[in-house]
Design a protein around this ligand. Structure first.
Ligand SMILES: [Zn+2]
Length: 215
């Protein structure tokens, strides 16, 4: 999960109709979020919904509030539901800087931790939610949770092989292959940024490629 920069222009249907998910809302969110779910950072093709950052159940006054609307996938939306109303707001916080996002391939799990100096209840809730979508809610992942995890691991293995290829042979070509995977419309940037930040050699080369959305 990373910071999201939203357009300040409120889609017209929010003020002229009673709907929160008009076509113009979808289009603006799709554009602002680069066709990705703001929670899991997967690219969306068909299974997307307009999600209420503060749930409709607990905040009916924010039902049509543009600042409260995001694009999310149908996997993440119900998992968030009304249980995670108090997570870090990605339009206000550089989540990629404040939540350490890594993968433990041996243990087959994703790990999320607040950086210690910034730990608040919202940071802890954000980690809890992200652990939930990546690692599942029960002792074993459900089929859907396992499919999500395998998809994420596949993408990250691919990124690691490009990183290793670059470290073994730091040509412009190999450098550009990594940069391409760090573009804002690419998936799982939260994890990718931490891979770069954790290595002094990589951070020197790719520092400018991990500052997206900080407006
Ligand atoms: Zn999602």
């Amino acid at each position: 999960m990373i910071r999201v920069a939203k357009s300040p222009n409120v889609p017209q249907s929010l003020t002229t109709t009673k709907a929160y998910d008009g076509e113009d809302v979808h289009q603006q969110l799709e554009c602002d979020q680069h066709k990705k779910c703001y929670l899991c950072e997967r690219r969306l093709i068909t299974d997307f919904e307009v999600e209420h950052f503060k749930s409709q159940d607990n905040n009916s006054d924010l039902r049509q509030n543009w600042n409260n609307l995001f694009w999310s996938c149908t996997y993440c939306n119900p998992k968030k539901g009304k249980r995670f109303d108090d997570i870090l707001n990605p339009t206000k916080v550089n989540i990629e800087d404040e939540i350490i996002q890594t993968i433990d391939f041996g243990e087959r799990k994703a790990c999320f931790e607040p950086i210690s100096i910034k730990e608040t209840e919202e940071h802890r809730n954000t980690c809890k939610f992200l652990l939930n979508i990546h690692n599942g809610t029960g002792r074993l992942r459900t089929k859907r949770e396992e499919n999500f995890f395998k998809y994420m691991v596949g993408k990250m293995n691919n990124f690691y092989s490009l990183i290793n290829q670059y470290l073994d042979n730091p040509t412009d070509y190999n450098c550009n292959l990594v940069k391409e995977k760090l573009q804002i419309d690419k998936e799982f940037l939260g994890f990718k940024y931490w891979i770069i930040k954790s290595d002094t050699q990589l951070v020197k080369v790719f520092a400018n490629d991990i500052i997206w959305n900080k407006k």
